[in-house]
Design a protein around this ligand. Structure first.
Ligand SMILES: *Cc1c(COP(=O)(O)O)cnc(C)c1O
Length: 219
């Protein structure tokens, strides 16, 4: 466990899949982690992080960005429309574009700012009612609609159902991305990032395997 170990496992998974070294980006998911753990990883030189909560990210990252130049922070949690304005100011990418109303909101913010974070569309590959994401059959039209708004859609993202083999979900996501001419594939977490890399992941989102278990009790 730890950053070095995960980097090694990613490099090995790239090799085994016949993929170029460095073709998979490691997003270190720092949500809810104590500051000292995140700072240790920053001191090791890592600069790409993922956060789930806009307010939490707003409280932590401005100071870290000053102290550790070159940081990139991606939003990987569900995004409420009323936090979209703050989110586009805080994050280099948003992985959870999951509905037309949010696309509209991000489209008008992009117009006003003349810039937008890179966007991944979240797909609910497991059709879980409690989970966010566009349903697979709605994806192609949604990609077309977001492109028509001039939004920078760079890829797809999924979170497979917990109790299932993730590999078929990763394969489905890869196929949907290819069909839509999208290069980015945000998939794979602590327990399954190697399977995601085998299926073509370009961004893996790994939290507890780097930082240790999250403790929600104190917050
Ligand atoms: C928390 C979270 C992760 C990281 O989960 P781990 O199991 O700790 O690696 C990845 N992706 C999303 C969307 C998350 O919410």
């Amino acid at each position: 466990m730890g950053l070095r170990d995960i980097r090694e496992r990613i490099a090995e998974a790239e090799r085994q899949a016949g993929r170029a070294p460095g073709s998979v980006k490691l997003i270190a998911v720092s949500k809810v982690q104590p500051a000292e753990r995140v700072e240790a990883v920053l001191r090791e030189g890592h600069r790409l992080f993922g956060e789930n909560y806009v307010q939490e990210a707003q409280g932590k990252w401005p100071a870290w960005r000053e102290e550790f130049p070159g940081c990139e922070v991606h939003m990987i949690g569900p995004l409420q429309s009323n936090k979209a304005k703050l989110a586009v100011e805080l994050f280099e990418a948003i992985h959870t574009l999951d509905r037309p109303s949010l696309a509209k909101k991000l489209g008008s913010l992009a117009q006003a700012r003349g810039a937008s974070p890179d966007l991944f569309i979240q797909v609910n590959t497991g059709r879980e009612p409690q989970k966010a994401g566009v349903l697979p059959e709605d994806l192609d039209a949604f990609v077309a609609d977001t492109r028509a708004m001039d939004l920078p859609v760079v890829g797809l993202m999924c979170i497979p159902p917990e109790a299932e083999d993730p590999a078929p979900h990763f394969a489905t996501l890869a196929e949907m991305a290819a069909r839509n001419g999208l290069d980015g594939l945000s998939m794979g977490m602590s327990s399954d990032f190697e399977a995601a890399i085998a299926a073509g992941a370009t961004h893996v989102r790994v939290g507890s395997a780097i930082f240790g278990a999250r403790d929600y009790s104190g917050s």
